[in-house]
Design a protein around this ligand. Structure first.
Ligand SMILES: NC(=O)c1ccc[n+]([C@@H]2O[C@H](COP(=O)([O-])OP(=O)(O)OC[C@H]3O[C@@H](n4cnc5c(N)ncnc54)[C@H](OP(=O)(O)O)[C@@H]3O)[C@@H](O)[C@H]2O)c1
Length: 330
């Protein structure tokens, strides 16, 4: 079979498609004929050795997949051959077939196609956990989403709106802002790709102006120079959700939490999904219900072939991605 293979850490475009042996299902595993694989920012990091998790070589990146089960290993009890499945698998999804543990997969609802499903579990799973369990977002609260035009950001608009919040999308380009408004954001802020002190102050003032004094919740997947001005625009008793650091890991003045009596809250969906699998399963049941009722409408902006994998990952690295991109094996 064909696979996008990382034999050693290096730049995204230093990795290639190779012919490798078909996988075999070990105990507790099933082999999936992969139809599509979602591309996420961890793919940018993992092939360069910059991610928190470093798989042994050789490996394929690709953390979320959708496909059809073609064989099952010893001890598999719930999944059978021919089942349509989707899942967040960490890595090993950018290939034509993969062997995964049964516990990493879930049934793919009839209402969802393979490409949409491939972009669903990591982003919606993270956002739902963040806004529900970590943030306890309430109807009519204001929710600021930084980097709102990318994969995870769009899901924060969708879920935030479904939970009744007023969503403010903050992004670095007009095309990203247009997409966010189309996807349901109530307000938008265009920030600069490079921030200095004056631009940070301007960004903070814009948030305060739109929210009438301060924002209730911040969903921050960007960090870097965008974090402190956002925290400065936090409302009293607000919640700052730490999701990711595409612009770098920020240092925050803790005195701001005292002045605003606000909370900075970490979100680590992968760990939560492993340690609290029952709650995570209930989250997905609720997400699939929201999808069936049309209250969240996941979509794929662009689909690439397996041969174009490096190009697909580069769009995220180059900060050019709009919404969600996937690699399709069909
Ligand atoms: N905590 C968790 O459990 C969890 C789960 C999944 C993902 N994550 C993290 O969430 C983050 C977002 O993932 P994603 O898949 O949504 O990524 P994405 O689709 O590439 O979106 C990331 C956004 O970050 C912004 N950005 C700012 N500076 C950037 C830079 N130097 N390079 C690239 N993008 C930059 C971009 O928006 P603007 O240009 O508009 O600023 C971009 O749209 C990643 O850090 C990922 O590791 C965390």
């Amino acid at each position: 079979m064909k696979a996008f293979v990382c034999n050693e850490f290096g730049p995204v475009d230093s990795h290639n498609i190779e012919e490798v042996d078909d996988p075999v299902a070990g105990p507790g595993q099933v082999v999936v004929d992969i139809k599509a694989t979602g591309i996420s920012f961890p793919d940018v990091l993992i092939v360069q050795g910059l991610y928190q998790f470093k798989p042994p070589f050789p490996f394929s990146p690709g953390g979320e997949i959708a496909g059809v089960v073609s064989s099952i290993g010893e001890g598999v009890s719930k999944i059978k051959e021919g089942d349509r499945v989707m899942g967040s698998v960490g890595s090993g999804g950018l290939c034509e077939k993969g062997a995964y543990f049964e516990s990493q997969l879930m049934p793919l609802p009839e209402t969802m196609d393979f490409k949409t499903a491939a972009g669903f579990p990591l982003n919606y799973g993270t956002t739902y956990h963040a806004l529900k369990q970590r943030g306890e977002l309430q109807p009519n609260q204001t929710l600021l989403v930084l980097g709102a035009g990318g994969g995870l950001g769009i899901t924060a608009i969708h879920v935030g709106k479904a939970m009744g919040a007023k969503v403010i999308a903050a992004v670095s380009s007009q095309d990203k802002l247009d997409l966010c408004m189309k996807e349901g954001a109530d307000e938008g802020i265009l920030y600069s790709r490079d921030m200095d002190r004056d631009l940070q102050k301007k960004f903070s003032d814009q948030i305060k102006e739109i929210t009438g004094g301060g924002v209730d919740m911040i969903y921050d997947l960007v960090g870097g120079d965008y974090a402190e001005p956002s925290l400065r625009a936090m409302a009293r008793h607000g919640k700052y959700l730490v999701i990711g650091f595409t612009a770098g890991i920020p240092k925050m003045p803790l005195n701001l939490t005292l002045l605003k009596e606000c909370q900075i809250i970490g979100v680590f969906w992968g760990q939560f999904a492993g340690l609290n699998s029952d709650v995570n399963a209930q989250n997905f049941k609720e997400l699939f219900d929201l999808h069936a009722k049309g209250e969240i409408k996941p979509f794929v902006t662009k689909s690439y072939s397996l041969n174009e994998t490096a190009k697909a990952i580069k769009t995220l690295e180059d900060r050019n991605v709009l919404g969600k991109v996937v690699v399709s094996m069909e």
